[in-house]
Design a protein around this ligand. Structure first.
Ligand code: MSP
Length: 651
């Protein structure tokens, strides 16, 4: 069997709900997997969940659940999201699987025998959220340089991987193989990191119930990162099935965020493979981060996660597009908007802007203009190309070559630009060749050639975009009257492959345009609401502290509402007479007329402050105030939870 194209994502921690960041790597890997499958290659696309470690155990405990139950639920959230995002993986690996546990222990035992793993003593810093050992020099004012949270000092016996033994070989490999670490900025960063000196990696910790036990030592468990990296070997069948291993190993592309490249994937991981005598992956690609539109990395502590389903729903609501199309649009957007490798800021306006410009206009227009013309002039049947056809064949070939060259180095943006150039050519071709004029002038042969060429571009584009937008590609095939499973093959990205006689279908537009003014109004209303909340928070945060004596100066009393009446010309105000246990009723003005009726107020026990300076409101004297919950509107009135005499002091 020929070697499969093997692509991986990091396995995700199950400590939180998957968000746009986790989706990004997985979408990118899915595109490569689909692209290679489209070319007829065998593909192994693996993703999964990283389920051991201190952090997960702590979170399960906080959720009050047994760890296995907790990780089962959390892993399911990933499985569900991948299904919604049209992710077609071949293997979903979970590190709590018995098979993986066996592989980790086998690797550990083997390297103990070869002396690549040894028992030592770890004294240093540990960041629980990142599950990372840190050097003294890396700790910044007691905090982790990556996540900024407090680190813990640990000192314990531990096993080490002799990473230092492989530092020079690794440097030589990186220098000799330019494609081993991409993009180039990251490659240079890693070279610098290794040159500083590679310390042996600590790969165990004091025994915990949840982690994988170190074989033959019941005081120690395997460190979560060592366990996690080995997932890529488990997927390939190591060590039981060396034949299958040969068909899969080594990985062609391993994708990840830039945070986990230098310290883990570009050092411990290759050193581990060298120690096992296995070939290294062809490419490790580290992409940038998606930041929230405040410019911050998405994180639990900031609570600023963007969730792909929510973004897609927003687009559906604004445009009326089908959910599956909105998901494809998001897949397109994240890979088109930012060069793979750099950071990007996610904003709904930019997303919708691209949806309108690239999808509704460029792609949608080509479809929505060409199909009705074929319908009107040619009875909805793909014509024979005839003499003069094939004018766009070179452009189709150029787009195909462009995509191939770009995807060979995970340049998704470059690939999409090559496709959009072809779309531009198709649209321009329609403008300049004016099929409506050819029809008017009775130039039927030319008309057929022009419409054939345009539909052939549409068909080729459907294949080219199918790794990025699989559902949209199928929709386009449907509109062209083609069977997606037959039409979507890479070798058919070539001019002249559209079968004449095919009957096209009339369908509604795939990408209904978003009304930008409506969106703007909606976003502005939302932003104003957020601002208001922030203001309130700020006000609360700046409220000065009161001393007990100051608090005691407020004379709060239980009172009964005796009567209530509207104040003429003031919608919000009521004039109340209350019995606060004093010789005569007290009159106050309260801004609660819109929330409370006279009937529900009269007879009610309320809480009033009686020693406020008197004021005249709309000419009515007010001696005190009724207390209510709610910043602007009164949401509820304060009362007492059992009957007590009017005039009772509140303290
Ligand atoms: N479990 C480890 C990986 C072990 S792989 C042997 C881990 N998990 S993680 O869930 O914290 O993050 C995994 C990956 O999610 C990152 O490397 C990156 O690929 C992706 N992202 C998480 N947040 C991200 C952004 N804000 N932006 C882009 N990708 C991000 O580390």
């Amino acid at each position: 069997m020929s070697k499969a194209f093997y692509v991986t994502t990091p396995i995700y921690y199950v400590s939180g709900r998957p968000h746009l960041g986790s989706a990004y790597t997985t979408i990118a890997a899915d595109v490569l997997a689909r692209y290679h499958a489209l070319r007829g290659e065998r593909v192994v696309f693996a993703t999964g969940t990283d389920e051991h470690g201190e952090k997960v155990a702590r979170e399960a405990a906080a959720a009050g659940k047994p760890v296995q139950v907790y990780v089962d639920e959390m892993a399911q959230a990933y499985v569900d999201l991948w299904e919604q995002l049209h992710i077609r993986y071949d293997r979903f690996i979970r590190t709590s699987e018995p098979q993986h546990v066996r592989v980790v222990q086998a690797v550990f035992s083997k390297l103990l025998e070869t002396g690549d793993i040894y028992l030592g003593e770890y004294a240093g810093w540990y960041c629980v959220p990142c599950e990372a050992h840190l050097l003294e020099s890396e700790v910044q004012e007691g905090c982790c340089p990556d996540c900024g949270r407090a680190v813990e000092r640990i000192s314990q016996p531990a096993y080490f991987l002799r990473t230092s033994r492989y530092a020079q070989r690794l440097l030589d490999h990186i220098e000799a193989n330019e494609e081993f670490i991409l993009p180039d900025t990251r490659r240079r960063e890693v070279i610098g990191f290794i040159r500083q000196g590679l310390q042996d990696a600590c790969i165990s910790r004091a025994r915990s119930d949840w982690d994988i036990p170190v074989p033959g030592d019941d005081t120690q468990s395997v460190y979560v990162w060592f366990d996690a990296l080995i997932n890529y070997l488990t997927v390939a069948g190591y060590p039981d099935n060396s034949a299958q291993m040969g068909d899969t190993w080594p990985p062609d592309v391993q994708l990840m965020g830039k945070d986990i490249l230098p310290r883990f994937h570009a050092t411990i991981w290759p050193a581990l493979l060298m120690a096992l005598g296995l070939p290294l992956p062809r490419t490790l690609f580290a992409h940038g981060w998606w930041l929230a539109d405040t410019g911050d990395k998405m994180s639990k502590s900031k609570g600023n996660f963007i969730y792909p389903q929510e973004v897609a729903e927003e687009l559906c609501e604004l445009s009326g597009a089908r959910t599956a199309v909105a998901i494809d649009a998001l897949r397109y957007f994240v890979l088109r908007e930012v060069p793979f490798g750099l950071d990007g800021t996610f904003g709904l306006r930019t997303f919708i802007g691209r949806f309108n410009a690239d999808l509704a206009n460029d792609l949608g227009n080509l479809l929505n203009r060409s199909l009705p013309l074929v319908d009107r002039y040619l009875g909805g049947v793909v014509p024979e190309p005839g003499p003069g056809a094939g004018e766009l064949a070179d452009d189709i070939a150029a787009a195909r070559d462009g995509v191939e060259a770009a995807l060979a180095v995970a340049d998704y943006r470059g690939a999409l630009e090559a496709i959009w150039e072809l779309l531009g050519k198709g649209n321009k071709f329609l403008d300049t060749r004016e099929p409506w004029t050819l029809h008017r002038d009775g130039k039927m042969v030319e008309l057929q050639a022009v419409l054939y060429d345009v539909l052939d571009v549409v068909r080729s584009v459907a294949i080219l975009i199918s790794p990025f937008m699989p559902v949209v590609a199928e929709d386009i095939c449907d509109q062209l009257g083609l069977e997606p499973s037959e039409a979507l093959q890479w070798r058919l990205v070539e001019g002249g492959k559209l079968p004449p006689g095919t009957r096209t279908r009339k369908e509604s537009p795939i990408f209904p345009r978003v009304d930008m003014a409506r969106m703007e109004a909606k976003l502005q209303a939302r932003e104003a609401a957020v601002e208001k909340d922030k203001d309130e928070e700020r006000q609360e945060a700046t409220t000065p502290l009161l001393s007990f004596d100051e608090f005691r100066q407020m004379d709060l009393r239980v009172a009964r509402v005796l009567s209530a009446e509207k104040i003429a010309g003031a919608d919000k105000l009521l004039k109340l007479q209350v019995d606060a246990g004093e010789p005569t009723p007290r009159q106050l003005v309260a801004g609660i007329a819109q929330e409370f009726s006279v009937d529900e107020l009269v007879g009610k026990l309320v809480v009033v402050i009686t020693n406020l300076q008197p004021a005249k409101i709309r000419g009515v004297e007010s001696n005190g105030m009724v207390l209510a919950a709610g910043a602007e509107k009164a949401l509820a009135l304060l009362t007492v939870d059992r009957d007590c005499p009017v005039g009772t002091r509140i303290r």
